[in-house]
Write a protein that binds this ligand. Structure first.
Ligand SMILES: C[S@@+](CC[C@H](N)C(=O)[O-])C[C@H]1O[C@@H](n2cnc3c(N)ncnc32)[C@H](O)[C@@H]1O
Length: 207
């Protein structure tokens, strides 16, 4: 991601955050506790939403420009037990079974290899731990929105940090062997029509 993409990311997302994302993030994260890893943490949109029940928070972000903003954001909050690390979600620098929750918000669209990313998330989760996801996803196949997503994705991902508009993330989570224990499907308000379909919820690693 370029410096400009990172710098303008929060401004670009502001209307959508106010319209729905903030509320969705809050609803998901208030139930998160214990040892928590957030992948692709970006500029830190979720930082303020973690509760006191979180005993250790690791914020991972591979992009150096995003990571700089994330580090500044985390430092400004003077939070205890929070660390910022680099590295991609396809190669997480953590031991097997070390987290109660892994959080992914608007990241599965951008990773290079979604299958490897989900397998890594599963590896670092404790048995019975959960992936918390909030992702924009492919529209239903056969719809005109899906056709537009398929058409635009090759150019879009070039300019938008590898963001794929047409990822079937829910199916990929199930294929990886997670049990989806909660899911909501909703249209992302104040967003471009091609990124509106979203899923959010919890996917449990079997005990
Ligand atoms: C749309 S931003 C979302 C940022 C943040 N999670 C949020 O909710 O606002 C996508 C993020 O995914 C990160 N990302 C891209 N490829 C990644 C990968 N392979 N592994 C982990 N994070 C990745 C980007 O650097 C960026 O911070």
């Amino acid at each position: 991601m370029s410096f400009l993409n990172a710098y303008f990311y929060d401004k670009f997302m502001a209307r959508t955050e106010q319209a729905c994302l903030k509320e969705w993030r809050h609803g998901l994260l208030e139930q998160v506790s214990g040892d928590v890893l957030e992948i692709g943490a970006g500029t830190g949109a979720n930082i303020e939403l973690y509760s006191d029940g979180v005993t250790r928070l690791v914020l991972a972000e591979p992009d150096k420009h995003m990571r700089k903003l994330l580090t500044e954001h985390a430092a400004s909050r003077q939070l205890e037990n929070v660390s910022v690390i680099g590295g991609s979600a396809e190669q997480i620098d953590a031991d097997d079974g070390s987290f109660d929750y892994v959080v992914s918000s608007l990241v599965c669209c951008s990773v290079t290899d979604l299958k490897i990313c989900l397998s890594e998330i599963k590896r670092v989760l404790k048995p019975g731990g959960s992936l918390v996801f909030l992702e924009h996803v492919a529209a239903e196949s056969g719809t005109s929105r899906r056709r537009w997503q398929n058409l635009i994705t090759p150019a879009w991902k070039t300019f938008m940090g590898n963001c794929h508009l047409n990822r079937e993330t829910e199916q990929a989570i199930l294929t990886e062997g997670f049990d989806i224990t909660k899911i909501e499907r909703e249209s992302m308000r104040k967003a471009l029509p091609i990124v509106r379909p979203t899923i959010r919820g919890l996917a449990r690693k079997p005990a």
